[in-house]
Design a protein around this ligand. Structure first.
Ligand SMILES: Nc1ncnc2c1ncn2[C@@H]1O[C@H](COP(=O)(O)OP(=O)(O)OP(=O)(O)O)[C@@H](O)[C@H]1O
Length: 265
């Protein structure tokens, strides 16, 4: 997950420039590694699926089926289930090759909401979650075993000091949603890091609810704190580093998601 002030390079870190493959971002690299690993493994029969969710102004959109999540389409909702949270109505696409997954990433990118302000010509106005679902079936066991995993690759919208971005109208309204949802995220992180807190209010925003099992659940979480190095941004830099420090206080004890006696395809 990439976190930081607007224009600090979160989208660049996650996706990289479209023209220079050698500088590709974390998402294309993760896709590559997943497919390299599946090609190497002989025993498990692996299926890989992809979804791409956008949260814009507290509303969820399916970047891989934009009309489906628009007006009149399937309403999307975050649901809690024993295996974790999932988004009802979000399309999930099976992919067999790295290129298929990269095409879906590119397709989703073209549907993201962006706008221009003083600090970034192409500022993301939404939080985006690219998810890779991996299911491995092992036939060699007497009881067939299935291992399921999920990688959430998250490009958060950037926090904005309105005095610096000079945003107006729609862009200003978007900034208000972005700053509010990042504040809720920070509150969740503070609550998760406090062992005495017995209630963590994940449901107070779509972002925190969707990320419930990526923050305090059965997961490993890596945060990239993007900062602008100039002295003029020192306050935002300190704020991002404080958030990153709080994230480090959260402890999780992930276990492999195994199920037995699954019907093999
Ligand atoms: N490491 C880098 N090398 C070259 N260019 C970069 C790098 N990081 C960021 N940039 C450029 O800086 C600009 C801002 O980066 P980017 O859009 O990734 O910021 P952001 O943190 O996602 O901003 P926002 O929160 O507003 O969406 C872009 O033009 C991007 O190409």
């Amino acid at each position: 997950m990439c976190y930081g002030q607007t224009g600090a390079g979160k989208t660049y870190t996650m996706t990289g420039p479209t023209t220079e493959y050698e500088h590709r971002g974390i998402i294309p690299r993760a896709i590559q590694q997943v497919f390299e690993a599946t090609a190497r493994s002989v025993e498990p029969l692996v299926t890989v699926r992809i979804s791409y969710l956008e949260i814009y102004n507290e509303t969820m959109f399916d970047l891989l089926s934009p009309t489906g999540s628009g007006p009149g389409g399937t309403p999307m909702a975050v649901l809690d289930c024993p295996q974790g949270v999932y988004v009802k109505g979000l399309s999930i696409h099976p992919v067999s090759y790295e290129e298929d997954a990269l095409s879906l990433l590119l397709e989703g990118e073209t549907h993201r909401v962006i706008a221009e302000h003083t600090l970034n010509k192409n500022s993301s106005r939404s939080h985006c979650i690219f998810t890779i679902y991996i299911e491995s079936h092992f036939r060699a066991f007497s009881d067939a075993k299935c291992v399921t995993s999920k990688i959430n690759l998250i490009d958060l919208a950037g926090s904005e000091r309105l005095s610096k971005t000079g945003s107006e109208g729609q862009v200003l309204r978007e900034a208000a949603y972005i700053n509010k949802s990042l504040l809720f995220l920070e509150q969740i992180v503070i609550a998760l890091a406090d062992p005495k807190r017995d209630h963590v209010p994940f449901r107070q925003s779509k972002l925190t609810h969707v990320l419930k099992d990526s923050l305090g659940g059965n997961c490993n979480t890596v945060l990239v704190a993007n900062i602008c190095g100039e002295a003029v941004h020192v306050e935002e830099t300190l704020s991002s580093l404080r958030f990153a420090t709080r994230m480090k206080w959260i402890t999780t004890a992930p276990v492999v998601n195994k199920t037995y006696n699954q019907e093999l395809p």
